[in-house]
Design a protein around this ligand. Structure first.
Ligand code: CA
Ligand code: CA
Ligand code: CA
Ligand code: CA
Ligand code: CA
Ligand code: CA
Ligand code: CA
Length: 377
């Protein structure tokens, strides 16, 4: 889009530009950071994890834990759960203290996401989708009230992607009420599946494909705004219309790549949305190459706000080389009154010693308050 075209041109418009340019020159000359890109020489805001999950059952040298999903237990918020993928073997379910409650040897499970109240058999279920590399499929589970998982697919949704199934997210359309799963591969192809009932189970059909130029993984869909965000790992974040009937061309999110943002170092990995009233809140992206997390406004034009890190505290280590993350704005009780973020840690250390990978659990407000001005919660 050419921002100079259209009806906004006027003498006042050019005068405004002149002032902006003059200000930029003044600011630059007073700043020791001569780099014109965004970013700062000051350390990023940082917070400490409240808890961490039990490590996945692998070696400390294996890249195994990958992507989390937070499941809210609305009847008993403190009994909410974290589901984490172990891409070397299965699915783990943790409580909010990080204690492992269940582990399922279901295969090479890569990314996971969930939605509430999927209509099934004159009732509703909380439905979870996982990309399964053992079977090149999307598998569907019901999340039971205790957080245990139960297969609900009529048959595994066998992907037609040419490369292994990789990133995944879910979407519920406000327009049609339909539920969808997006799954992608390393060629940059995104498959969109529509879910439907089939003989008291859940089935799916492919309704659309999207194509990006290079490797993608992290994705998140915003049910309220109808946006699908896709992270192209060596480029930045793309915005798509999530509707099956929507256009297939994406729009690049400014400041989401290395080119115009000093605080981002590829790969761009996990994406998640902290939702607030209406369409306010934040989009959060893992900047894997510098162990940080970029925060954008959820509202268009999705302005970049800043980045943060999770550093070591007394009982937990920090997070590095993060793949997946998930965030939820919900009152989980006194430990997490304003919600929490779950972040995969590529280099877990327990008592200073390398340990298998796990997921860190962090109070949202402990991050928000480190920003100046504070992020909202
Ligand atoms: Ca990894
Ligand atoms: Ca996820
Ligand atoms: Ca990746
Ligand atoms: Ca990577
Ligand atoms: Ca991953
Ligand atoms: Ca760590
Ligand atoms: Ca640790």
């Amino acid at each position: 889009m050419n921002y100079l075209s259209g009806s906004g041109q006027s003498r006042g418009y050019y005068f405004t530009i002149l002032i902006i340019v003059a200000n930029a020159i003044l600011t630059t000359s007073c700043n020791t950071n001569k780099n014109p890109k965004a970013g700062t020489i000051n350390p990023l805001p940082s917070a400490i994890a409240t808890a961490e999950t039990k490590p996945v059952p692998r070696d400390s040298t294996e890249d195994a834990a990958d992507d989390p999903a937070i499941w809210v237990n609305f009847a008993d918020p403190c009994a909410s759960r974290i589901i984490g993928t172990d891409k070397k073997g299965g699915l783990a379910v943790y409580d909010l203290d990080g204690k492992e409650l269940f582990y399922y040897n279901t295969g090479l499970m890569n990314n996971v996401d969930l939605r509430y109240r999927f209509p099934l058999n004159s009732d509703t279920i909380d439905i979870m989708a996982v990309s399964n590399r053992t079977d090149q499929s999307v598998d569907l589970y019901k999340v039971n009230q205790d957080g245990s998982l139960q297969i609900v697919h009529f048959k595994q949704l066998k992907s037609l992607l040419k490369e292994e199934v990789y990133g995944l997210c879910m979407y519920r359309s406000k327009v049609t009420g339909k539920f969808f799963v997006f799954v992608n591969d390393k060629n940059g192809v995104v498959e969109q599946w529509e879910l439907f009932n089939n003989e008291h189970m859940v089935d799916g059909r492919i309704v659309r494909n999207l194509k990006l130029a290079s490797q993608v993984e992290g994705m998140v869909a915003d049910d309220d705004t109808g946006i699908l965000y896709v992270g192209e790992e060596d480029k930045g974040i793309w915005i798509f219309n999530a509707e099956a009937s929507g256009p297939v061309n994406g729009e690049f999110l400014p400041m989401s790549g290395e080119k115009d943002n000093n605080n981002i170092k590829f790969d761009v990995e996990g994406l998640a949305i902290y939702k607030m009233a209406g369409d306010s809140g934040y989009l959060i992206a893992s900047s894997q190459g510098n162990n940080s997390y970029a925060v954008f406004n959820r509202q268009a034009p999705h302005t970049y706000i800043g980045s943060f890190k999770i550093v070591a505290g007394e009982s937990t280590d920090g997070t590095e080389e993060t793949d997946g993350l998930d965030v939820m704005n919900f009152d989980f009780g006194e430990k997490y009154p304003k919600g929490l973020i779950v972040i995969q840690d590529g280099h877990n250390k327990d008592n200073g010693t390398a340990a298998p990978q796990n997921f860190k659990i962090i109070r949202w407000d402990s991050i928000a308050l480190k920003f100046n001005p504070s992020l909202e919660f």
